[in-house]
Design a protein. Structure first.
Lengths: 80, 282
């Protein structure tokens, strides 16, 4: 069984390959403001996040800060 | 009377004549068995590919159940967005008297939303949430904005229309699900006819500024990718008992047979219309 840490690392690696980022994506980097993701990749990222966590992600006004950076994703979806 | 107005007037008369109140129309069964086709097997996302042979009939029937729920959830969330967008521009878009038909469109879409949502909740206990999230906001003139509202609606309706027709026609599909598809198809064929006329009418103003064709094409290519991608829902694969939903999604979305299916069956009419209007899609 994967640990939360492993699942989070796999998610980061999935995103790195998807956006063709050379090194690890800095955890605090704002993915949206820095245009690391576009709308299409962002939707896939949310799907991948659902698969990693088993949670259903609802898109509403509160979502953006929770997924703005990998650090925020870790805090809100992996450390519960 | 110009062509758009004449067509909109005829469609309005049809809507009034038909005026079907969906809230009382259907005889809802208590349950729908799992071991039946909830969607035509020809419409399942692994259809046309060699991945289909990875599953037995029982697995495919279960997948048809959850892909039906996904498709009906997309109808619900898509129609909700449609009503919001049409309401937003209702008093602004340059349609003159052809605007009249929009009131019928909103009325009918409201009824569709009701029965698709009820179906998902009654027979599966859930509606898959909308996964659209707009990060980039393009700078648009009002004419471009209005054109894109109707163009996005038409993409959504053309895709749904193909599913309605195939499911209504396929006698392997559960009769109640066929009936819902048939009913939806009747209303949507009027909406599609109207939408095509509206886009031809709005195109000149939307394309007035230099570079508008490329700007609109980029927006619509993105909308197409979102609409097609939404058919391949990893949550539906997981609910059907298939592991690694994202891997299944990626493999199917990039399968040449599926890409050909999207281009010819789902998007062919829309892309030909855009080409005629002067918007070069990829």
């Amino acid at each position: 069984m994967d640990t939360e840490e492993q699942k989070f690392s796999e998610l980061c690696e999935w995103l790195r390959l998807k956006v063709k980022w050379q090194d690890s994506i800095p955890l605090e980097l704002d993915l949206i403001e820095n245009k690391v993701v576009n709308s299409l990749i962002f939707v896939e990222f949310l799907m991948m996040l659902e698969e990693s966590t088993g949670l259903e992600i609802i898109i509403d006004d509160t979502l953006q800060p929770k997924v703005a950076s990998l650090a925020a994703v870790k805090t809100h979806f992996f450390n519960q | 009377m110009n062509t758009l107005l004449l067509r909109a007037d005829n469609l309005s008369k049809l809507s009034v004549k038909k005026h079907n109140v969906a809230f009382a129309h259907f005889d809802w069964p208590d349950s729908i068995p799992h071991d039946t086709w909830w969607q035509s097997p020809d419409l399942l996302t692994p259809a046309l590919t060699d991945k289909l042979q990875n599953y037995n009939q029982q697995e495919l029937m279960e997948l048809s159940r959850w892909e039906c729920i996904n498709s009906f959830s997309l109808n619900y969330t898509g129609e909700l967005e449609l009503i919001q967008e049409v309401s937003r521009i209702l008093d602004k878009v340059k349609l003159d008297e052809a605007r009249e038909y929009l009131f019928h469109l909103i009325d009918e879409e409201n009824q569709h939303m009701w029965y698709f949502r009820k179906f998902c909740l009654d027979y599966a206990g859930k509606v898959y949430p909308n996964k659209k999230f707009q990060l980039e906001k393009a700078s648009l003139t009002p004419a471009q904005d209005h054109f894109l509202v109707f163009a996005r609606i038409l993409i959504f309706e053309e895709v749904g229309h193909y599913f309605n027709v195939q499911n209504a026609r396929d006698d392997r599909v559960h009769p109640f699900i066929r009936e819902i598809n048939q009913e939806h198809y009747r209303d949507e064929s009027r909406h599609i006819a109207y939408g095509r006329q509206v886009l031809e009418h709005l195109a000149a103003d939307a394309l007035a500024e230099e570079g508008s064709d490329r700007l609109l094409a980029a927006q619509l290519d993105k909308s197409i990718a979102i609409n097609i991608g939404a058919l391949y829902n990893p949550a539906a694969y997981r609910d059907a008992g298939l592991q690694k939903g994202m891997q299944i999604r990626d493999a199917l979305l990039s399968d040449p047979a599926r890409i050909d299916f999207h281009e010819t069956k789902l998007l062919g009419n829309f892309k030909r219309l855009m080409e005629r209007i002067g918007i070069p899609l990829s």
